[in-house]
Design a protein around this ligand. Sequence first.
Ligand code: APR
Length: 318
Amino acid sequence: MARSGRVAVIGAGFYGSTTAQRLAEYDIFDTVVLTDIIEGKPEGLALDMNQSRPVEGFETRVVGQTTGQDGSGYDAIAGADIVIITAGLPRKPGMSRMDLIETNAGIVRQVSENVARHAPDTVVIVVSNPLDEMTALTQIATGFPRHRVLGQAGMLDTARFTNFVAEQLDVPVGSVRTLTLGSHGDTMVPVPSACTVDGKPLADVMDQAKIDELVDRTRNGGAEVVALLKSGSAYYAPSAAAARMARAVAQDSGDVLPVCAWVDGEYGISGVYLGVTAELGAAGVRKVVETDLTADELAALAEAAEAVRAKQADVQQL
Ligand code: APR
């Protein structure tokens, strides 16, 4: 496929830099732009990534750009088809994602306003935490149509669940399908009824106690990594998920992926950003795709929606 388009990653920390490198290695974009407020950091990382091109064999160029609080440097994202917002603090051990809300809301709002000014037609993928709230805030601060703002969480949570199941059964990850919906937090809704191993229902190949244990581990998947790292949070699996979403948008693929998207009547829920499966294309979310859920799973999803709805209302004030 010919290379085309420009994708920008805001925030050149662990999450942003690994996302930029993955996007560049896809070798489908003309340019990957990486920005940060730390003077020289994005330029240095871009230089380093470009020097990996001959070895890895990709032609996409990475451009690093320091930005200022006043919006200086944001010219670099002009014309971007996709912007991924990773700016913001990560968790420390013992913190919940919600503990980051005030600090990260200030950062995400400032970034969003600059994105709206310099890349008014872009699709925005948000990854900063707390995810569901930062996605809602980005839509408000950019004023973009809701289908052009989505968040990354379900891809990651689902990938974690899949990995745990595959490790437990000692089978290839490719033979396992799992699904998580709801929030990227305490009200995450893993959906065992939609999970299969080699096409067989998960419940046929694993006892309920073990499924419950893996569901719980998935729900706490981010905290488990944070506790081990002691400073910073996960970024290899998160960046893989964000880059994969960007690829679906860039290629107008129609892939149905678990993402944080605006729901408007699906599952009987309206008016909130929530983890659901959605068909992605060049315009962002083409449509939310409903999955058959058990009564318990549907109730858990409705509960998640109400929990994030309350928090999303609060972010307007931040
Ligand atoms: N504009 C651009 N970059 C910013 C801004 C801003 N206004 N404010 C902070 N940053 C940058 C920081 O300078 C830092 O380089 O965001 C980067 C964050 O990087 P890390 O501290 O390494 O955090 P990371 O692991 O990348 O996580 C980023 O993703 O998963 C979430 O919870 C995590 O909210 C966090 C985000």
